[in-house]
Design a protein around this ligand. Sequence first.
Ligand SMILES: Cc1cc2nc3c(=O)[nH]c(=O)nc-3n(C[C@H](O)[C@H](O)[C@H](O)COP(=O)(O)OP(=O)(O)OC[C@H]3O[C@@H](n4cnc5c(N)ncnc54)[C@H](O)[C@@H]3O)c2cc1C
Length: 480
Amino acid sequence: MALEKAVIEELRRAVGREHVIDSKNDLRIFERDASIEGAVPDAVVLPANTAEVSSVIRVAAKHRIPIVPRGAGTGLSGGAVTIHGGIALQVTRMRRILEIDPIAQTALVEPGVVNQELSLAAAAHKLFYAPDPSSQKACTIGGNAAENSGGPHCLYYGVTTNHVLGMEVVFADGSVHWVSGDSPDRIGLDLCGVLVGSEGTLCAITKIKVRLLRTPPSVATLLAAFPTIEAASQAVSAVIGSGIVPAALEMMDQVCVGAVEAHYHAGYPTDAGAVLLVEVDGIPESTIELMAAVRAVLSQNQGYAMREAQSPAERDLLWAGRKGAIGALGRIKPNYYLHDGVVPRSKLPQILSAVGEIGIHYKLPVANVFHAGDGNLHPNILFDLRERDVLPQVESAGEEMLRAVVELGGALSGEHGIGLEKSAFMPWVYSADDLDAMQRVKVALDAHGIMNPGKIFPDPKRKHAQLAGRTGLAIEAKWW
Ligand SMILES: Cc1cc2nc3c(=O)[nH]c(=O)nc-3n(C[C@H](O)[C@H](O)[C@H](O)COP(=O)(O)OP(=O)(O)OC[C@H]3O[C@@H](n4cnc5c(N)ncnc54)[C@H](O)[C@@H]3O)c2cc1C
């Protein structure tokens, strides 16, 4: 439903005429993120600073219009999709790195700064920003904070919440606040902890202060092949079980390796059932020692054809293959549907065999590329949207995979957030009382429910009836 002309005029007064988009064709660009469901916003607003964000949110609050913060739109759970219409608050004009303090090892950035740009800027000071989603060439630090994103190197260094020191945020009434700050210990109520990972449902993030780390003097990166995905999973458990926590421990199955190798020519072994990419870093002596220990454990667990990168260029190429894996899968099918459930590492062989069986049952190819060290799966269900009636099949397969994750004691998401597509499954892991506690926080900060409605919490207007029918769970229809 189009917004009234008077509302559009108010928004134009807030951010400038040319920074409000309301033409039908232009709005379609903002219909989607990187997940599978889309909805066209009624208007897109591109503020330049915190004051403009606040003014826009005040307009939305006055007219009770949904407002959905949006970064680069690379989200994989539908978080930035305006499922109830309203305003997409596109923050990508706010992309300044305001400060890098090499002594304190911190950076203060606007939310639209692209993840990789921050690391490149920090490198000049021999520092780096650790959370490195595979989408880091495109995704924003604001999106990372909102999703509490992970990445290959978060196994050792921790996910985004471990690196956010404080944030400037705008709440649903347009008020501007700083939460936390410089101190490593968050005194008072840990509002920053609540807001990191809140997926745009509690606030718009307008500045982020992050921790930077010293670039390690030495890095070693190893590619190892395994005959089967089960053997590679066993090796992952064995590495961690031996007391080594590598900087990164990533897995790709044969389907994925085939697509990656065809695209990147990085020397990935296409005959292997699965490969592991293992990285250790630190001072040179400890890197050598750790890598020798990793090699020994991998060999004892059927690892073969081990190849250590001999130069930064070779290392970059191996990582380009891993980080570009989802794109490379486009060689097999044009569309993918990706969940990111997490299981205890020891359950990797079971969940991967369940994922394989579900793919076979639905006659859908599945490619696994994932943060194995964290037990964080990424089964990509591959399909062609042009095929008749394929989407419900794909969604059912994804739901069954998540069900299997939960049955093995896992969690619905390791890093991509709940968003739109997993909200209906929240009652699988939280009781009605647990959800009610979360909703009370939501109501306290957003009494009229304008911030990114329809996300995280089961939405009675959507999958509710279907889910209740299938699982026997009675989800209380108390959310708007
Ligand atoms: C190929 C590929 C690989 C990926 N790899 C990883 C990975 O390794 N690890 C990982 O964790 N994720 C990964 N992702 C998912 C995605 O990139 C991350 O979730 C990322 O943090 C989203 O950032 P974005 O700027 O694109 O946010 P968007 O998609 O625009 O938004 C994501 C969510 O954040 C909210 N949001 C955005 N900006 C703000 C703001 N300023 N204030 C408040 N809320 C805001 C939105 O409302 C939405 O709910 C991958 C995605 C792709 C396509």
